[in-house]
Write a protein that binds this ligand. Structure first.
Ligand SMILES: NC(=O)c1ccc[n+]([C@@H]2O[C@H](COP(=O)([O-])OP(=O)(O)OC[C@H]3O[C@@H](n4cnc5c(N)ncnc54)[C@H](O)[C@@H]3O)[C@@H](O)[C@H]2O)c1
Length: 344
């Protein structure tokens, strides 16, 4: 089988590419990524020379490029991770979120209709459900919770999901969608909460916390997310949505304190900053469908995943220091263009 994985130089996409390349040496994995600020090919060092892996630089919203790519490669399966993914950036500049997250998705869907594929999988987010009140711990997002978005980011992801379902129904495209809670683990860009805490605390820098830090997020280790997507691709039913989460709800303040404790750093590093506009209060996934229909169960709890993640960041300082310094942006030029692996 030939898999086209889009956004495979980002945090979750790269973890997924590495997982697939190693687990299925008989399959071919093409990683298509535009290498925006969030794309980092250094993340894929461990697989870049494997015979079943190939990187292609390109934009999912570039129709001519995408149709040419499908004509040439004829993928069997498309897994779309490519997205603008940072809520704060979406508040500053919503338009690029519409272009990549919505129009990029419809471009891929059109190519899938034209060239015929065995499966199109859309990697979505629990943020499409909006948020839950803090005083109702009994409530969880299920696959039938209505879409009720808050930010330009979540609105663009919900729009994409609606197009995916429409292409399934209207054109008979074999589609699936997964909606996952907040991920953490190796290779996460240091602007996101957990790597931000680790990288700043190690330098004894202040840790910004929005508002009072009471917002609750449901944390899932990226490895468990990758396993879940693999299961959906192989056993999931066409036209279905699957929620992925591991019942690891923590307030943002609890997350910060847990990481500071593990690093032996003082809580005095915490600095409260003005809250994000429209900040969602609580996300909490009900993963019953994944567990009962596909037999998925996360390997990590928050208490085992956090030490593993901290250890990874401590052992891979070069990786995130290159991001903080901006050096990672030269990796594509140095390792791919200069070495003649791809044409720019
Ligand atoms: N990070 C989370 O906690 C989380 C949780 C649930 C769902 N998701 C979803 O999972 C997916 C991956 O998230 P992530 O955290 O790895 O994101 P990320 O920002 O780390 O990576 C996104 C990748 O997409 C690439 N990209 C951006 N625009 C592109 C375009 N127009 N064409 C081709 N490539 C492009 C970037 O270069 C980058 O490599 C996203 O769709 C996101 O909405 C993320």
């Amino acid at each position: 089988m030939k898999f086209l994985v889009t956004g495979g130089a980002g945090f979750i996409g790269a973890n997924f590419v590495e997982y697939m390349v190693n687990k299925y040496p008989e399959d071919e994995i093409i990683n298509l990524d535009a290498l925006t600020y969030a794309g980092n090919l250094e993340t894929l060092k461990n697989v870049e020379d494997k015979p079943n892996y190939k990187f292609i630089k390109g934009d999912i919203a570039d129709r001519e490029f995408i149709f040419d790519l499908f004509e040439k490669e004829k993928p069997d399966v498309v897994v779309n991770f490519a997205a603008e993914s940072h809520v704060d950036r979406s508040i500053e500049d919503p338009e690029i979120f519409v272009k990549t997250n919505v129009m990029g998705t419809t471009t891929l869907l059109d190519a899938c209709v034209k060239y015929g594929i065995k499966r199109y999988h859309q990697v979505s987010t629990d943020e499409v459900y909006g948020d839950l009140p803090l005083d109702r711990p009994d409530l969880f997002f299920t696959e039938s919770t209505p879409l009720h978005t808050s930010s330009p980011y979540s609105s663009s992801k919900a729009s994409a999901d609606l197009f995916v379902m429409a292409y399934g129904r209207t054109y008979g495209l074999p589609v699936t969608i997964s909606r996952c809670s907040n991920n953490y683990g190796p290779y996460q860009f240091p602007e996101k909460l957990i790597p931000l805490i680790i990288s700043r605390a190690l330098n004894d820098e202040t840790i910004p916390v929005y508002g009072t830090g009471e917002n609750v997020r449901d944390w899932l280790h990226v490895y468990d997310h990758c396993v879940a997507i693999d299961m959906i691709l192989r056993q999931g039913k066409e036209g279905e949505v699957y929620n992925i989460g591991g019942h690891n709800e923590r307030t943002n303040l609890e997350v910060v304190k847990t990481v500071l404790r593990a690093l032996n750093k003082p809580e005095s590093l915490i600095t409260y900053v003005t809250d994000r506009k429209g900040h969602d209060m609580r996300y909490a996934i009900d993963p019953t469908k994944m567990e009962t229909e596909l037999g998925w169960k996360p390997v990590y709890t928050f208490d085992t995943g956090i030490p593993q993640t901290i250890e990874w960041y401590l052992n891979n300082k070069d990786w995130w220091e290159n991001i903080v310094s901006g050096e990672y942006q030269n990796y594509f030029q140095k390792m791919y263009v200069d070495k003649g692996r791809v044409e720019e």
